[in-house]
Design a binder for this molecule. Sequence first.
Ligand SMILES: C[S@@+](CC[C@H](N)C(=O)[O-])C[C@H]1O[C@@H](n2cnc3c(N)ncnc32)[C@H](O)[C@@H]1O
Length: 291
Amino acid sequence: MTAAATTGGGTLTEAAFGKISALAKAEAGLVLPTTKLTMVQSRLRHRMSALGLPTYNDYVEFVTSQKGAEERRHMISALTTNVSHFFRENHHFEIFRDRALPLLMAKSRAGHPVRIWSAGCSSGQEPYSIAMTIQEAAPELAARDVLILASDIDPNILDKAEAGIYSEQQINGIPPEMRKKYLRPSGNGLQIDTGLKRMIRFRELNLLRDWPMRNKFDAIFCRNVVIYFDAPTQDTLWPRFENALAPEGWFFLGHSERVSDAAATRFTSVGMTAYRTKPGAEAPTTKVKEA
Ligand SMILES: C[S@@+](CC[C@H](N)C(=O)[O-])C[C@H]1O[C@@H](n2cnc3c(N)ncnc32)[C@H](O)[C@@H]1O
């Protein structure tokens, strides 16, 4: 394909695409090969209309300028892929329920808080699936000191996550008995029960930047996120995830993601794309670029 596509907003040339692609990589770690030119063009068209910019070159000039800082957030929001499902890759929820929760229950009974992180939570199906799993399998834990941090780089998708309203089709993955308990009719959709929401805190967070959380997590779900990053970017994240986890903490990745061979020595595999950190290991620290 010739890497330029024409629209009402002019032509996204290969050169302009290259600048968008470099910016997406620098801002969010996203890798956009030229095969994505048409997709990028169609996703940025809305941003051009919103800003009243007639051509892609005008858009590129603006978004790469000093004045374009806020637009860079919108651009990243437009370029991220937000597909998610309830109980996606269900084997992770089974491991979490059958193996992690009994240990976390004991930890909670001993008076310690339990912290879980859904990193790259998109529209919320992942943290709500975690919360439903806890409420179903360990209601005593749900009533104690348990919190799920649900973070994403995309502020627009986080608003949807926090609203927690889904269509009939979107709730397909939720078992019928759980649908009855945790969903209420709301307008044209179904809304997540407020009791379940109490377990979750939604926050905007770019995985490439500083992570302000100081407490360790008992489990991290970062699934179908690092697949959009290249290997060097992924390699900066493995030790950071390891350091963010408590010893023997649980770490879940998406089905086509793997910790690198170098990092794998510091994790124990406990199932398909499911890991635990080794007891007491400290990962080498990596310097994080300031936002
Ligand atoms: C395909 S969704 C995955 C959702 C969920 N984890 C799942 O597996 O169903 C990927 C999410 O990662 C987020 N994301 C991409 N780059 C990110 C970054 N640098 N920091 C934080 N989140 C990022 C996107 O905004 C998107 O919502």
